[in-house]
Design a protein around this ligand. Structure first.
Ligand code: ADP
Ligand code: ZN
Length: 714
């Protein structure tokens, strides 16, 4: 027999594995082995068992040692890893690395425990009172009561007993054995509370249960998607299966845990996030592999938990960008989950109030099942939405707070209700906007908006991040000559200062990645809001969205323009999602209000969001994409070039691609540009068309990083 082994070694050219001969004995794919490689031994994972070898040119080396009887990964994991390496174009080792913590992999093996048992002779000797030593008697008595006890426990019971124990073993009264901890059989955790679904929720639940396809659960904010997740997870537990719940943001896991702790015992839930130490990750991994964990909650990497009996994967907020990994392997959790669930015969459920265009298109084609919850729990009305045109608002020194927004906040404080204020992502540099023609000041080199920075004396200047070129702030708008230029994008700190000045007595919580470092801090702040020990929650979008706070009756976005004037085909979609998230935070338990401040009050995404017309927005956006030839109407591939010769390599690659396109006469468009966030040192080539992947096999990819279905396309 032969097998393919992916080793932990990083030598070039062997990332997809090497063939070894297997002397005898049974071995399953997924098992850890030790194999010879370049005159030394290294550990590896068997990824395939082969009856015959591919060719007999070489003398194959033999597998030296089988490190564990039980495979580290299941067949479904291995198949999915293979799919990742083919679809996202990476080595099998890179794909397997998603599931396996860093080598040494032997550290992942189930530990063996030394145990002791009493023999028949030992029992007889004890009964006949032939044992003289006090300690020896004590040991035998203990073993009689606890047959097969672990060494550690025996020592705990009887004290230091190495000498008497040795004597007992010599007399064959006691046997020493090594026991490998086996993966536990299907154990059903205690279900603490069964979710009670409302009628519309129950109907959707039954639809999902009756369909093997992935389900897209399109439910307005506050419709009870989480309740449905809970119900589906409980079902899986009762069948002896396990579940993965993916959330877009690690800080939101705390929120989910709170909810699921009411459902299941805490020790059967594992929380996976990128801030675990290597040791913690390994410990979690072993627990999960052994079958002790029923539910894994975490950000995208939690998808790669080695659950032995996966029953369901749920992706909450399916549309979020954080589901795309921006390092090799550049996988998307949605696509990968679909493949994993197919291989493991598990159900996939994707929930969202604003489906991604990709998911929407697939639901329309029938690849996904579409189920909808159009109303909030107990028919709570969606909040009323007001749009404030920042271009014509008066601020004085209070920018970015318009007067109506300040009034609305004041009202909440008087009524002892709460307000949530969304802010642009921290650290996003501000731009220079003309209040007359509403365009941003553009860099002539890249045709992209300049960012405004301040030097140490506070003097503003402009920077083009794609080229590194700097410029002075102009006195007039280069487009319309108006002098009414203004810097937009105020940071969290400034906003906090204004709020403190305006509302002296208000209790304010600021939540961004500066003030919240880990989930437990998040929990503390959320509890403050739940117990009404705070009045205003000010936070960046990534932190604040997804919250379920019943006393909030005002939600506002201070500036809903991020990215709108960037040449990004998903910019509108992103704004729409953000605004819909915002409407979801307000009035969850009593009537609420939403305020959108924007420089683009007429933009379709703003209008549709303010009217809660998600389906209409998706349809109009889908038409635009079809018309302009963007995903999901086409497929996109991005080749990213870095380093000294980034530009030259990118241009060369573009030329060879264009030649191929002309020769083959296909519909693929090839675009070459500096990458927006690359400070002029990164270039990319973007391909889009019906099947751009087919070109990749025909060109040299050595100099670039391949990004399939990219999210970053600027
Ligand atoms: P979504 O995830 O769709 O935004 P949630 O699951 O957070 O909605 O539900 C919104 C609110 O309604 C929550 O406070 C939740 O506890 C409550 N809720 C929804 N469905 C039910 C139900 N079947 N029974 C009790 N409470 C429910
Ligand atoms: Zn202008």
């Amino acid at each position: 027999m032969y097998c393919t082994v992916v080793t932990s070694s990083r030598f070039k050219g062997i990332g997809n594995g090497l063939t070894y001969e297997l002397a005898e004995g049974s071995l399953q794919a997924g098992s850890p082995v030790r194999v010879p490689l370049r005159n030394r031994l290294t550990e590896g994972i068997v990824v395939e068992i082969l009856e015959k070898r591919a060719s007999d040119e070489f003398d194959l080396k033999q597998v030296k040692e089988i490190l564990g009887k039980e495979p580290l990964l299941t067949e479904a994991h291995l198949k999915t890893a293979r799919w990742i390496s083919e679809y996202y174009i990476c080595t099998l080792r890179q794909a397997l690395g998603l599931w396996l913590p860093a080598p040494r992999w032997t550290q992942l093996l189930a530990e063996s425990v030394i145990t002791y048992r009493i023999t028949e002779e030992g029992k007889q000797a004890l009964a006949d009172e032939r044992i003289k030593g006090k300690k020896q008697k004590m040991i035998l008595q203990a073993l009689l009561d606890h047959d097969g006890i672990a060494k550690k426990e025996l020592y705990q019971m009887c004290g230091n007993i190495s000498d008497p124990l040795r004597l007992l073993r010599e007399k064959k009264f006691v046997l020493e054995e090594k026991r490998v901890e086996e993966s536990s059989a299907a154990s059903v955790p205690e279900i603490r509370a069964h979710p009670q679904l409302t009628e519309p929720q129950q109907a959707v639940y039954e639809q999902m249960k009756g369909d093997l396809r992935p389900s897209l659960l399109f439910g307005v904010t506050g419709s009870g998607k989480t309740e449905l997740y809970a119900k589906l997870i409980v079902d899986a537990m009762q069948e002896g299966k396990q579940a993965i719940l993916l959330v877009p943001e690690i800080l939101l896991t705390e929120h989910s845990i709170q909810r699921f702790e009411k459902l299941l015992p805490r020790e059967s839930i594992a929380v996976i996030h990128s801030r675990l130490t290597a040791g913690e990750r390994r410990a979690q991994w072993k627990k999960i592999r052994k079958g002790e964990i029923a539910l894994v909650i975490g950000s995208r990497s939690a998808l790669f938990s080695p659950l032995p009996r996966l029953g369901i994967v749920i992706i909450d907020e399916e549309h979020e960008w954080t589901y795309k990994n921006e390092q090799t392997p550049r996988y998307h959790a949605r696509e990968t989950a679909e493949e994993l669930c197919r291989n493991a015969v598990a159900k996939l459920v994707m929930g969202t109030a604003t489906p991604s265009l990709e998911a929407w298109a697939r639901a329309k084609q029938g690849r996904y099942q579409l189920v909808t919850l159009p109303e909030r729990y107990q028919r709570q009305p969606l909040p009323s939405v007001g749009i404030i045109d920042l271009g014509s608002a008066q601020f004085g020194s209070l920018y970015p707070f318009s007067l109506p927004l300040l009034t609305a906040i004041g009202e909440r404080l008087e009524r002892k209700e709460q307000a949530v204020l969304f802010l642009n992502r921290r650290g996003v540099a501000s731009a220079l906007l003309c209040r007359e023609c509403r365009r941003r000041v553009i860099s002539p080199d890249s045709q992209l908006p300049f960012s405004v920075h301040h030097d140490r004396t506070g003097r503003p200047f402009l920077v083009d991040h794609t080229t590194g070129v700097t410029a002075n702030v102009p006195s007039h708008c280069p487009h319309c000559r108006s002098p009414r230029l203004m810097e937009i994008g105020a940071g969290t700190q400034k906003v906090e200062q204004i709020l403190k000045k305006q509302f002296h007595s208000a209790r304010l919580i600021r939540m961004d990645s500066d003030t919240i470092r880990d989930p437990s801090e998040m929990r503390i702040q959320l509890e403050k809001m739940q117990k009404r020990e705070a009045d205003i929650l000010l936070g960046t979008q990534s932190v604040v969205k997804g919250l379920d706070l019943p006393h909030v009756t005002l939600a506002a976005v201070l500036l809903a323009d991020i990215g709108l004037s960037l040449p990004h085909f998903r910019a509108g979609e992103r704004i729409f999602q953000l605004l819909t998230q915002l409407t979801g935070r307000s009035g969850r338990a009593r009537p609420g209000e939403v305020i959108i401040q924007t420089f683009r009050p007429d933009a379709p995404e703003v209008i549709f969001a303010s009217r809660h017309q998600t389906e209409q927005y998706l349809e109009s956006e889908l038409q635009l994409r079809i018309h302009a030839g963007y995903p999901p109407a086409t497929q996109m591939v991005r080749l990213l070039f870095r380093g000294e010769k980034a530009e030259a390599n990118a241009r060369r690659s573009q030329r060879s691609l264009l030649e191929l396109v002309t020769k083959e006469g296909n519909d693929i468009r090839v675009h070459c540009a500096p990458a927006f966030f690359g400070a002029g040192r990164q270039w990319h080539v973007l391909l889009r068309g019906s099947a751009p992947r087919t070109l990749l096999a025909k060109i040299d990819l050595d100099q670039c990083i391949v990004d399939i279905d990219p999210m970053e396309t600027m």
